[in-house]
Design a protein around this ligand. Structure first.
Ligand code: ADP
Length: 286
């Protein structure tokens, strides 16, 4: 299974939202990382055929996805960002409604809905109104609707938005579990959402794919560039303006800034530390 995105570009008027985006995706979770406005939703809307690209092509197993039309859309599960939910529907009714919109046969839908409610751990709440669900339950229900057609390609736009840390971890683990055999694109601006589950990370900046690789390979880019330095309090502001700082903590020895720098900050007591994805993000975007 291969989704091949070739030189996809999109402008909104004069705004360049996506520029010559090229990537080949096979089954597994792809973290799609970039700040707000980088072009993530634009690409996902083009892949799902909700939006036409200005140029470029997308093929699935060698076939042009726009020409495949409904046949391709039937292979996709999409969880858009902040989708409106029907508060007066029960979780189960919402899934029935979405299944009918997707044209799924009733007998197939019944079986899938029962199974999905179990998978997303909403079985005991299925007959409650969505209005009373927690943020995490709503997100799980939205993921369930994206899985109704057992898609080959699952696209999740900020699936952990608005969730507390515990719910984030649950959703993350859950995505990892359901990903087997599917191409999963998980768009986020939150590094921790993808740090442990992505087979590869695509990093997008100003509409351009600037890096795409496994996390260990990406971290190689900043190997020997991440330091923890102890900084006198009155010099912290200067350090923050001079270096890319990914974290500042106060411990019993003083104020410790974590910086990403090509040169060792000799003027301070410092030690090189193992890079994390968060450091790379600061390095690329700060
Ligand atoms: P992301 O999903 O990474 O936050 P988007 O794809 O939504 O980024 O946006 C990419 C760029 O395109 C941004 O500059 C955004 O302001 C612009 N943009 C997105 N949608 C529209 C639209 N419908 N009309 C005009 N500009 C848009």
């Amino acid at each position: 299974m291969i989704l091949d995105i070739q030189n996809v570009s999109k402008y909104y008027g004069k705004t360049r939202a996506l520029s010559e985006f090229t990537a080949q995706l096979t089954p597994g979770v792809y973290g799609f990382l970039g700040p707000n406005g980088a072009g993530k939703s634009t690409l996902m809307n083009i892949i799902t055929d909700n939006l036409a690209a200005d140029s470029g092509t997308i093929t699935f197993n060698g076939k042009d996805t726009v020409k495949m039309g409904k046949k391709f859309r039937d292979l996709i599960g999409y969880m858009p960002q902040q989708q409106g939910l029907y508060d007066f529907f029960t979780g189960r009714r919402f899934l029935w409604y979405m299944a009918s919109l997707k044209g799924i046969r009733k007998d197939v839908a019944k079986e899938r809905i029962d199974k999905l409610l179990e998978i997303v751990n909403l079985k005991s709440d299925a007959n409650r109104r969505i209005g009373g669900y927690s943020g995490g339950m709503k997100q799980r229900l939205l993921i369930a609707q994206a899985l109704l057609n057992d898609p080959d390609i699952l696209i999740l736009d900020e699936p952990t938005a608005g969730l507390d840390p515990k719910e984030r971890i649950r959703i993350r683990n859950f995505i990892s579990e359901i990903a087997a055999g599917k191409i999963v694109i998980l768009a986020t601006h939150v590094v921790s959402d993808i740090e442990f589950i992505a087979k590869e990370v695509m990093i997008i900046k100003n509409g351009q794919l600037i890096q795409m690789d496994t996390i260990p390979n990406l971290l190689n880019l900043i190997q020997d560039k991440v330091y923890e330095v102890y900084v006198p309090e009155n010099e912290l502001a200067e350090v923050q303006s001079r270096y890319k700082v990914s974290n500042v903590i106060q411990d019993r020895f003083g104020i410790c800034a974590r910086i990403v720098s090509g040169e060792k900050p000799e003027e301070y007591k410092c030690r090189a530390v193992t890079p994390h994805l968060e450091d790379l993000y600061i390095y690329l975007f700060d």
